[in-house]
Ligand binder design. Structure first.
Ligand code: AMP
Ligand code: TRP
Length: 330
């Protein structure tokens, strides 16, 4: 299949403790695999972003390998996608500084991540406020056009668009203004308690949990207290919300009928959910375990990706340095 070279797709995921979760997978990563068939794609492990929260070098390396293994296990092919580690390209930090010098501090202070952390009374390092600038640099360094993410990243993409427009106005048309790709059905994947699935709420299902753990977590999903005989609304139920994203249409219709007819308890719906999830995730789990046991091979993949990413980054930085008047005359 020929790829649409005109639209470059880029996204990133933070390495963090535990594995990627079902929210990351359904909200963003599963789409990456399909997008790679039709577009030029760049996907990265954003380890510099993770420095805000991970303060142990050994641990961070482990999380980076785990995430690289996850990308590969879900079907990202490093031959057709540029799969790389953010920190392998120091250019991204240089670009961040240049962007920071052109972005109003007041806008960063309105960032959701910063406001949430302050509201919780967390100790905040400066990197958290700077976070959207680094993300803008990830996107603009490779002149990406389309950014597949979950709904929680909308504000960050809006900031990136603003920075790109400001830079273009000041220095000439250098950066494409990127578009977010946020899907309504998967923008916010609910966790076990119905809030957004997130590691910080501890309500997540790891993507590669063992079969036993997966079942245990699925059985814990919170539902309302209607009894077995009651008729139930599938669309209002967290179990069904997840089921829809793993089951085919006829399976969805069959379970929806059982909800509306009454006579089915939530335990039964949960078992149906476990079955479809396990069917999709079992092979991914196996592949993940295989990749994660081969850190040298993971490093090779990341090194190759960084090499390809660097060619693009070098072109962008040469153009930008010249436009803003830094570095030796070309
Ligand atoms: P992070 O783990 O924060 O780096 O997120 C990686 C990607 O997963 C981003 O595109 C997020 O928007 C997406 N994501 C994380 N949690 C969810 C969720 N509960 N629902 C939908 N997308 C999510
Ligand atoms: N901020 C994103 C998140 O937490 C991760 C990220 C960093 C990203 N750089 C990116 C996503 C560039 C898309 C494009 O989920």
């Amino acid at each position: 299949m020929s790829k649409d070279k005109k639209k470059r797709v880029l996204s990133g995921v933070q390495p963090s403790a535990g594995q990627v979760h079902v929210g990351n997978y359904l909200g963003a990563m599963k789409r990456f695999v399909h997008l790679a068939k039709e577009h030029e794609t760049f996907f990265c492990v954003v380890d510099l972003h993770a420095l805000n929260t991970v303060k142990d070098g050994k641990e961070l390396r482990g999380y980076t390998h785990s995430l690289a293994a996850a990308y590969l296990a879900i079907g990202i092919d490093p031959e057709e996608t540029v799969l790389f580690r953010q920190s392998d390209l120091p250019e991204v930090c240089e670009l961040s500084w240049i962007l920071a010098c052109n972005f109003p501090l007041g806008l960063l202070e309105r960032g959701h991540a910063l406001k949430d952390a302050r509201a919780k009374g967390d100790k905040v390092d400066s990197g958290l406020m700077y976070y959207p600038i680094l993300m803008a640099a990830d996107i603009l360094l490779y002149k990406a056009n389309l950014i597949p993410v979950g709904a929680d990243q909308k504000q960050h993409i809006e900031m990136t668009r603003e920075i790109a427009q400001k830079m273009n106005l000041a220095y000439g048309e250098i950066f494409p203004v990127p578009e977010p790709m946020i899907e309504e059905a998967t923008g916010v994947i609910p966790g076990l308690d119905g809030r957004k699935m997130s590691k910080s709420y501890d309500n997540y299902i790891g993507l590669f949990e063992t079969e036993k753990k997966l079942k245990k977590k699925v059985m814990k999903i919170v539902t309302d207290s209607l009894g077995v005989e009651d008729k139930k609304d599938p669309q209002a139920c967290n179990v069904f919300k997840l089921y829809k994203l793993f089951a085919d249409e006829s399976q969805q219709a069959a379970l929806a009928d059982k909800y509306s007819a009454g006579g089915m308890g939530y335990g039964e719906a949960k078992l149906d959910l476990f079955e479809v999830m396990n069917q999709e995730l079992a092979p991914l789990r196996e592949s993940y375990q295989d990749w994660v046991s081969r850190p040298d091979d993971l490093e090779d993949v990341l090194r190759q990706g960084a090499k390809k990413a660097r060619e693009e980054a070098a072109d962008t930085m040469a153009e930008l340095r010249n436009a803003i008047g830094i570095g030796p005359l070309p």
